[in-house]
Design a protein around this ligand. Structure first.
Ligand SMILES: [Zn+2]
Length: 218
């Protein structure tokens, strides 16, 4: 389904910033890390427009592990709706440990089907089949399919990258265990004309892997 394929592998982190005293400082790293979209429901920054509706998600809630508040490995990028739903719920599957493609499938009508126990936990904790979420997802799926076939340029805008890509090479960060990652941040890829192109003529079929390994943009 266009725009709604979960990753077939657990996410492998490309960046390793550390030492910030507040977790908001990780925002641009996480945006780039998780390709500017919510790890849970796959909604993209480009679909919201103004960039303020995304939260920093703590895989293990801060209440349960205060040490993890500013640990990059405990942080993910999520839309406000998913982050609010998840809040203090424990043991929600971590996208860096579990391939969500094995857990969840999005059906043609927008419903989310849980494929295993992890999927069930995700579906329930995040309220993925709540009527409001279902309506919103279904509307996006129909819109993207219409754009893909009739308005390819607009389709590229919605499926592409935000204008304001962060240049992670210029970030001041106290420490970084993966300094090489900044050379492949999406800002740098754009400079080198290597950004993945959301080609409206290419759709990933079920079970097909994204060969770039960098982005999930079909
Ligand atoms: Zn979400």
């Amino acid at each position: 389904m266009v725009g709604f394929e979960y990753p077939t592998q657990p996410h492998i982190r490309r960046h390793g910033p550390g030492g910030y005293k507040d977790y908001e400082s990780f925002r641009d790293w996480l945006r780039d890390e998780f390709t500017f979209r919510c790890v849970y429901c796959l909604h993209r920054e480009q679909w919201y427009g103004r960039g303020v509706t995304f939260h920093i998600d703590h895989s293990t809630p801060v209440m349960d592990d205060p040490q993890g508040e500013c640990e990059y490995s405990n942080l993910a990028y999520a839309c406000a709706t998913c982050n609010e739903a998840k809040k203090a719920i424990l043991n929600v599957p971590n996208p860096c440990l579990v391939a969500f493609h094995d857990c969840l499938r999005i059906m043609a009508d927008g419903h989310v089907e849980a494929l295993n126990a992890n999927g069930k936990k995700l579906e329930q904790a995040l309220g993925l089949n709540r009527p409001s979420n279902l309506r919103y997802r279904s509307r996006w799926m129909r819109s993207l399919e219409a754009l893909r076939t009739k308005e390819p340029d607009l389709y590229r805008e919605f499926m592409g990258f935000p204008e304001g890509l962060p240049d992670l090479r210029k970030k001041h960060v106290p420490s970084n265990t993966k300094p090489e990652g900044v050379e492949n941040c999406y800002f740098a890829l754009r400079e080198r004309h290597e950004l993945p192109d959301p080609d409206p003529h290419v759709i990933l079929r079920k079970g097909e892997k994204n060969l770039s390994g960098r982005a999930f943009f079909p």
